[in-house]
Ligand binder design. Structure first.
Ligand code: HEC
Ligand code: HEC
Ligand code: HEC
Ligand code: HEC
Ligand code: HEC
Ligand code: HEC
Ligand code: HEC
Length: 471
């Protein structure tokens, strides 16, 4: 009897034994170098979003505190963002290096912050695109093993599948070769990281982290885009743009990312690709992409410039439509997926879809709870969410608040404590808990939180109130 073994991830280093040439070439690409532990950062002084910063060694200093700089995300092809680690929990730092501008500035999304924000949780999805073999701790929002990921950047197995069996017996256990897959599975290899759409909704019971090269992405998630497209480019929109190009619609499955990009060397094969199909084209001595794939400012990349993959005839653009409807770009757009997608985008149309959703699993009930005006009914939704997912942070915090209003402080306190295990930077949970605990415990809680987030005005005020003489 020949029983098949399930392959597991072993890391790119082991591929090197037999594929040294590929390994060495790939190691120099931006994808291979997209993340890692910070050794040191060049000293700098700058302003970002109205706050003054200074970098010395691995420390970021600002008015009212400082933070270590522990991990980086981004090879510096366009820029580099940094993460801090506290007791295994990862948080994004508010400043980013922008390579094209050669300058530090606020991280995307931090441009308007009045406080230096240190508590934005780094959830596994972020690391899954920029690192390999991520190690999230179950029951938490942003805690990881030490180290948080076993391999820097995008490893070989992200495009070729887990390699343990192949490394043992290459002839008997072949790796996935993307070019030998059907078009949908082939394209998914790149889309797993290069497609975001407006919203990505995991199918019931499925998780994005389960995707392996060779799978169909549509079995795992639905990706939504606004109908009629949009004028502005998004950071990870290469897949959508290419899909809308006349070249792709006219040739179908033939054209894919690998037609122009050599993944192991990052070599650009575009010119030969254009001429391969457009044999009679004009201006054959010129670089076609200069005119037909112009570089444009991406709306959400803050100083980033991206290449337009819609391969337009001329640089002229159509205006964005005013009325927008979500449609699935990939996967099935049933009521559940549509409801969750609209809810993620803060669109009022969410509720009608969520009420019809099948199944009404915890992600649906969590959204319904948030949209529910009646406090008691919302609490029932939160309770049922926690029966399925006992660590859901928003459900823990909000159900706690509801119970505290009814005077059920013991239960509320337990929920808030559990929320702080999921993520110790949930400020609402800290502030609430401090109000129902003894002055001594409250002081400890608030001081501990202020170590994590030294600039929190609310925690400082709460601490000052505790220390103030009672009137
Ligand atoms: C012990 C040596 C060895 C190790 C370790 C090894 N390979 Fe291979 N690999 C081979 C050999 C030999 C072939 C050619 C097999 C054949 O053609 O039958 C091959 C073929 C491949 C192919 C081509 C598959 C195809 O169908 O075109 C890919 C992709 C590949 N390896 C990726 C990897 C990756 C990724 C790793 C690390 C996880 C790895 N290999 C580790 C020996 C190895
Ligand atoms: C596991 C996630 C992941 C997968 C799979 C992946 N990419 Fe990437 N890719 C990235 C990330 C992250 C970057 C940004 C790297 C950086 O600069 O930090 C990137 C950057 C790139 C770049 C730009 C390189 C440059 O010069 O700046 C190209 C081109 C690219 N990928 C092509 C591909 C193609 C083609 C595939 C499929 C065969 C693919 N990628 C699969 C994550 C991925
Ligand atoms: C769905 C996959 C995905 C997720 C999630 C994601 N990224 Fe990216 N990111 C990419 C890809 C792909 C690129 C390459 C940009 C492009 O399309 O040219 C990129 C580019 C970047 C860059 C510029 C890299 C460079 O060297 O030029 C930074 C910095 C970055 N991402 C940070 C983050 C951070 C921080 C998070 C999480 C909070 C995150 N990204 C989440 C896929 C992702
Ligand atoms: C971004 C996706 C991606 C990553 C990462 C990647 N590959 Fe590949 N690899 C491909 C694609 C696509 C092909 C098919 C290329 C073709 O035939 O045109 C391929 C083909 C191969 C082949 C067979 C053909 C050849 O070129 O020899 C081997 C072996 C291989 N890869 C090994 C590796 C190893 C080892 C690593 C890590 C060091 C790695 N790959 C990383 C996408 C990737
Ligand atoms: C896989 C084959 C293929 C590749 C590769 C390809 N094209 Fe096309 N392209 C087509 C086909 C087929 C059409 C539609 C028929 C036509 O207009 O010739 C088209 C249409 C076009 C159009 C007309 C667009 C419009 O909206 O009317 C332009 C411009 C164009 N291609 C330029 C390019 C450039 C520049 C490249 C390289 C960056 C390229 N194509 C790569 C096959 C391809
Ligand atoms: C017809 C050729 C062609 C195809 C197909 C193509 N690209 Fe590109 N891509 C380019 C060109 C040209 C550039 C700009 C390269 C440069 O300026 O060095 C580029 C740049 C990129 C970059 C770097 C960031 C940027 O926008 O400049 C990423 C990431 C990328 N492509 C991803 C993809 C992905 C993912 C696919 C498949 C969905 C894909 N590309 C398909 C031609 C192509
Ligand atoms: C200097 C800018 C420039 C360069 C370089 C350039 N094009 Fe064009 N191309 C244009 C413009 C502008 C048009 C639209 C012409 C029109 O509508 O009369 C066009 C039209 C086209 C069309 C549509 C033709 C038709 O009759 O439908 C194709 C296909 C095309 N280009 C392919 C290419 C290819 C392939 C290359 C590289 C070998 C290339 N172009 C280089 C500017 C350029």
């Amino acid at each position: 009897m020949l029983l098949a073994a399930a392959a597991v991830f072993i890391g790119s280093q082991l591929c090197r034994h037999c594929h040294a040439e590929v390994f060495d070439a790939y190691a120099r690409t931006p994808m291979a170098r997209s993340s890692g532990r910070v050794e040191s950062v060049p000293a700098a002084q700058f302003m970002a979003a109205g706050h003054r910063y200074q970098i010395a060694g691995r420390t970021l200093q600002f008015d009212g505190g400082s933070s270590t700089i522990d991990y980086f995300i981004g090879s510096n092809a366009a820029g580099r963002t940094y993460l801090r680690e506290r007791d295994g929990y990862l948080f994004e730092l508010p400043v980013t290096w922008y390579a094209q501008k050669q300058a530090w500035d606020a991280s995307p999304g931090y441009e308007k912050d009045s406080e230096v924000r240190l508590t934005r949780a780094v959830e596994p999805t972020c690391l899954q695109c920029h690192t390999s073999r991520v190690r999230p701790v179950l029951g938490t929002q942003n805690r990881y093993g030490d180290p948080p990921f076993l391999e820097n950047g995008v490893g070989c197995e992200r495009c070729h599948g887990p390699g343990s069996e192949h490394a043992r017996n290459p002839a008997k256990s072949p790796m996935v070769n993307p070019t030998k897959l059907d078009a949908e599975r082939r394209d998914a290899v790149c889309s797993q990281c290069h497609l975001t759409g407006e919203a990505r909704i995991d199918r019931p019971g499925r998780k994005f982290s389960e995707y392996r090269a060779g799978d169909r992405l549509s079995d795992i998630a639905t990706y939504f885009v606004w109908k009629l497209g949009r004028r502005d480019l998004k950071v990870t929109s290469h897949v959508e743009k290419l899909a809308g190009s006349a070249c792709k619609t006219a040739t179908g499955d033939k054209l894919w990312c690998g037609t122009c990009h050599e993944p192991h060397t990052n070599a650009d094969k575009t010119q030969q690709a254009c001429l391969g199909c457009h044999t009679e084209a004009h201006r054959q001595q010129e670089r076609c992409a200069t005119c037909h794939m112009p570089r444009t400012l991406a709306v959400d990349a803050n100083h980033g410039v991206m290449t337009d993959h819609s391969i337009p005839r001329t640089g002229k653009r159509v205006a964005a439509p005013a009325q927008k409807t979500l449609v699935p770009f990939l996967g099935t757009g049933d009521d559940r997926a549509l409801g969750l997608a609209y809810a993620e985008l803060g669109d009022r149309r969410a509720k009608e879809f969520l009420l019809r959703a099948e199944p009404q699993d915890w992600p649906v009930r969590l959204r319904l709870a948030v949209l529910e005006p009646d406090a008691a009914r919302a609490a029932q939704f939160y309770e049922s969410v926690l029966r399925e997912n006992p660590y859901e942070p928003a459900a823990l915090v909000n159900l706690g608040t509801h119970l505290a209003r009814l005077g059920r402080f013991t239960e509320a306190g337990q929920l808030w404590e559990r929320a702080l295990l999921a993520n110790p930077a949930l400020e609402e949970a800290v502030l609430n808990l401090a109000q129902i605990r003894s002055a001594k415990d409250a002081r400890m809680l608030l001081s501990r939180y202020l170590e994590l987030n030294p600039v929190s005005r609310k925690a400082r005020a709460a601490l000052a109130k505790l220390d103030a003489p009672r009137e």
